[in-house]
Design a protein around this ligand. Sequence first.
Ligand SMILES: [Zn+2]
Length: 125
Amino acid sequence: MSLLQAPLSLPASTFQRGYCHCSMCRRATGGPFAFLMRVDEAALEWTVSPPAVYRSSPIAERGFCPDCGSPLFLRYDDDNRIRLTGGSLDHPERVRPQYHYGVESRPPWMDCGQGLPEQETEESF
Ligand SMILES: [Zn+2]
């Protein structure tokens, strides 16, 4: 199921995207980091229910899918762009991160485990 139609038809050079290791993103995603893409919210079209929003800090709010709970974005109060979660895209492999942010909170083991044993998922949806 597609949660949104993101502006992936735009040249990748038109929006910034990177890893955020800050403790707020870690908690919001439940993972060791967030992969965020800063885009103009007006360029997005939500394909299912409009996102639900909660205040995640004194300076920002976060959106999530009210049907499945997927984290969808981070929106700072003083920025008209939102940071989309790259993992919510149907094809995150098409958008390559450019930088790391919040590295003071990055766990020292954070390297995505290159070299560990690998296995493909057994389910498909
Ligand atoms: Zn963050």
